[in-house]
Design a protein around this ligand. Structure first.
Ligand code: SF4
Length: 412
């Protein structure tokens, strides 16, 4: 933070907390010292020269666009991966996927699927940042310290203030981070080392089901959860293991039990880099979430079989359209697949350095909330508008994809 006060009109797009009320001009950021925001800004230095590439050679953008459309049209089964874009980009991606029969999965699709499967199976009681700030008297962070990936989380929950309902913050299965505000009463429950077992025990205790010799701290936590006026269980998709959907189901079960006699909710941290935006857009446009193909057989949703990593491993696709308008170092996997890449200007040189610019068309695009306005979904499901803060003539993902579709000549 430095210099004279600037207009605090910037919403940070670099994680799904989408914090607002900051000021940004050039490289000067005021209102936060969030390390993730600073790293995000540093990855997009002002004045980068956007260069389109075909197979590593610099070409005019229009030529690259036509070439990309021609290559995409020749693929039998495209995969649209990455999907790090905003709502308008997602809408354009869906239209292009429907036209080409592409399968779509976000780069953080595994984390997305944990919460989705639990939601599909049993439903959930979810809450928002505003509700946590105004009503939560007991917050339990389950297996997550929250701030390593979401540095402003405690502040967004009002924990830096003394006038909120919060009475206690508990960390279950993980040590508290040093960023917990000093005035917040904080407890650690180490548990057994197996968080799934601890959650099973906690679920039984909350429901008053006998469960043998229980951990005394979990007994105490269950009783405080029942007594709380509004308990919130926080989890983070990126920290879950492969069977993470079971964890989320167990959390949802605890919350559902509590809601018979008091109020409680779960709060999932996830959905950064456009992941929640894509999930929402694809669901409202097709009725189905990501990992869906709109092909000749109609809509097919395969949450396991259509995972991008699995499709690549099985050689089940013959071309990759990689869309990532956030960090320029989030590159597509290095393999033999032909690819079209839409990324920030800094991604082009990185493709060359990584030796994956061959058999590749690269098109530079804007980062929403930095070079272009847009909308993203916050981790609690609220849609948030973004403003452009850099006057650079970079096209938005939606614009490039719409133009690519106009060039598309699919075989009859
Ligand atoms: S917590 Fe996330 S949204 Fe908030 S300032 Fe940091 S990176 Fe940006």
């Amino acid at each position: 933070m430095q210099g004279a006060p600037l207009e605090p009109d910037w919403t940070c797009p670099f994680c799904s907390l989408l914090c607002d009320g900051f000021a940004l001009a050039g490289t000067t950021l005021q209102g936060t010292d969030c390390p993730r925001a600073l790293a995000g800004l540093a990855a997009h230095p002002p004045g980068e020269v956007p260069l389109a590439l075909i197979d590593g050679d610099t070409v005019p953008a229009e030529g690259a666009l036509a070439e990309a459309a021609q290559r995409l049209a020749s693929w039998q089964q495209p995969l649209f991966g990455g999907l790090g874009t905003d709502v308008a980009g997602g809408r354009a991606l869906f239209r292009l996927a429907a036209a080409t029969g592409a399968i779509c999965d976000h780069a953080d699709g595994d984390g997305l699927m944990h919460g989705l499967r639990a939601l599909q199976d049993r439903g959930q009681f979810h809450t928002t940042l505003a509700e946590v700030r105004q009503r939560a008297d007991l917050v339990v962070c389950v297996g997550t310290q929250a701030v390593p990936h979401y540095p402003e989380f405690f502040r967004r929950c009002g924990m830096d203030r003394t006038d909120t309902a919060l009475r206690q913050l508990v960390f279950l299965g993980v040590a508290p981070p040093s960023e917990v505000p000093a005035q917040v009463p904080c407890e650690t429950i180490a548990g057994s080392g197996d968080l799934m077992l601890d959650l099973q025990q906690l679920a039984a205790l909350v429901a008053a089901i006998p469960c043998g010799e229980a951990d005394a701290q979990l007994v105490s936590l269950a009783s405080r959860l029942r007594e709380a006026r509004y308990a919130v269980l926080v989890w983070e998709s990126a920290t879950l293991p492969l069977h993470g959907a079971l964890w989320v189901e167990m959390l949802n079960r605890i919350v559902a039990t509590l809601n018979r006699s008091t109020r409680a909710a779960s709060f999932g941290l996830g959905g950064s880099d456009g992941a929640y935006a894509m999930q929402q857009v694809f669901t409202w446009l097709s009725g189905l979430p990501l990992r869906t193909r709109a092909g000749p057989a109609g809509l097919e949703h395969e949450p396991l079989r259509f995972a991008a990593a699995r499709l690549l491993e099985d050689h089940a696709v013959d071309g990759l359209l990689w869309v990532w308008s956030f960090a320029p170092d989030r590159l597509p996997a290095a393999n033999d697949l032909p690819r079209i890449v839409l990324g920030p200007p800094g991604m082009g040189p990185r493709l060359r350095e990584a030796g994956i610019a061959r058999d590749c068309v690269f098109l530079p695009v804007a980062t929403p909330g930095l070079h272009a306005p847009g909308h993203l979904f916050r981790t609690d499901g609220v849609v948030v508008p973004l403003v452009a803060k850099r006057d650079e003539t970079l096209p938005a993902v939606a614009h490039v994809l719409t133009r690519m579709q106009a060039h598309l000549e699919l075989p009859a």
